[in-house]
Design a protein around this ligand. Structure first.
Ligand code: ATP
Ligand code: MG
Length: 258
C-alpha cells in the first residue's frame, strides 16, 4: 500500500483549475522530490494531500485513508513543514516551546508535559543543530534558523512521513548541508520523505523519485536518472524551444556557481 496515493486529482481555486488529473503513488521509504517552476502547483498538491485544500475531483489518500475523511488520517504519523511560515507568530516563545507544540496533535495523542516532552523536543532541536539555542526566543532567529525550528517541530513526533515545502529556500549553504544530513539520517531510519524543491541542490544524492509538475500536470514521474528526467541528457526529449533551459526550470543537480 502506498504511503501517498492520488488518482485523477483535480483542484480548482477561485475560477482557475490548478491541478489537472494528478495521479501518483509514493511508497514507504522513498525520498521524493516534487519539482516544477513557480506557480506550477507544487504547494497546492502538497496542501491538498495534507487535507488543507479540498479536491474538486479525484481522490487522494495518505496511509490508505482518503483525505476527505479527515478524522481518520493518522496525523501523529505525519510531519509537515509548509512553505514560508514564520516560526515566530507574534507570541513570544522559545525554540523549545515551539518544538514542544509539535507534540500537540488534533487528537492530543501526546501530552505536552513533563521531562519526556522536553527530552523529545531537545532531541529534535539537536537534529537540526539548534540544541544550544533551545531557550532563546524564536523572534530573534534568522529565517533559516526559524525554518530549522519548524523542521524540528515536524520531527518531534518521529513521523513515518515527513512532508517539506521548499526546505532549502532562503537558507545558507551550511544549513542546507546540515538539513541534507538530517534527512539522510531519517531516510536511513525508513522515514518516507516528500519534499518540494526548486532545485534539488544539496539533496540531489538523496532523491530516488522525482515528480515534475508543469501548469498543474504531472510531466515526469520516475527515478531522477531516467530518460526524460529534468536535467537529464535525453536527446529524445530535447525540443528546439526548450534546448535552452530557462533559468527557472527545475534541474536535478547541484548549483555549480557558488
Ligand atoms: N487560494 C488560491 N486562489 C487562487 N489561486 C491560487 C490560490 N493558491 C494558489 N493559487 C494559484 O495556483 C497556482 C499554483 O500555485 P502553487 O502555490 O501551488 O505553486 P508552486 O508550484 O508551489 O509555486 P512556488 O514555486 O512559487 O512555490 C498559482 O498560479 C497560484 O496563483
Ligand atoms: Mg510553493
Amino acid at each position: 500500500m502506498p504511503v501517498i496515493s492520488t488518482h485523477d486529482l483535480d483542484v480548482i481555486l477561485g475560477s482557475s483549475r490548478i491541478l489537472h488529473r494528478v495521479s501518483l503513488n509514493i511508497h514507504e521509504g522513498e525520498t521524493v522530490a516534487i519539482l516544477g517552476a513557480n506557480g506550477s502547483g507544487k504547494s497546492t498538491l502538497i496542501r491538498t494531500i495534507m487535507g488543507v485544500i479540498p479536491p474538486s475531483g479525484g481522490t487522494a489518500s495518505v496511509f490508505g485513508t482518503n483525505i476527505t475523511h479527515h478524522s481518520r488520517v493518522p496525523w501523529d504519523r505525519l510531519g509537515y513543514v509548509p512553505q514560508r511560515v514564520a516560526a515566530a507568530s507574534g507570541v513570544p516563545a522559545t525554540a523549545l516551546e515551539v518544538v514542544r507544540s509539535g507534540l500537540l496533535g488534533p487528537k492530543a495523542l501526546w501530552a505536552d508535559r513533563g521531562k519526556k516532552a522536553k527530552r523529545a523536543a531537545l532531541e529534535a532541536l539537536s537534529a537540526v543543530g539548534l540544541a544550544d539555542r533551545a531557550n532563546e526566543h524564536v523572534h530573534v532567529f534568522s529565517g533559516g534558523q526559524s525554518q530549522r525550528v519548524l523542521i524540528a517541530r515536524a520531527l518531534v513526533r518521529h513521523p513515518d512521513l515527513l512532508v517539506l515545502d521548499e526546505p532549502l529556500a532562503g537558507i545558507d549553504r551550511d544549513s542546507r548541508e546540515a538539513l541534507a544530513h538530517t534527512l539522510a539520517g531519517l531516510r536511513d531510519q525508513g522515514v518516507t520523505i516528500v519534499t518540494v524543491l526548486h532545485e534539488t541542490g544539496e539533496l540531489t544524492e538523496l532523491i530516488d523519485h522525482a515528480i515534475v509538475l508543469e501548469d498543474g500536470h504531472v510531466v515526469f514521474d520516475g527515478p531522477p536518472g531516467a530518460p526524460g528526467a529534468p536535467g537529464g541528457d535525453d536527446p529524445a526529449h530535447h525540443h528546439p524551444d526548450t534546448d535552452h533551459v530557462p533559468h527557472h526550470a527545475p534541474v536535478l543537480r547541484t548549483e555549480t556557481a557558488r
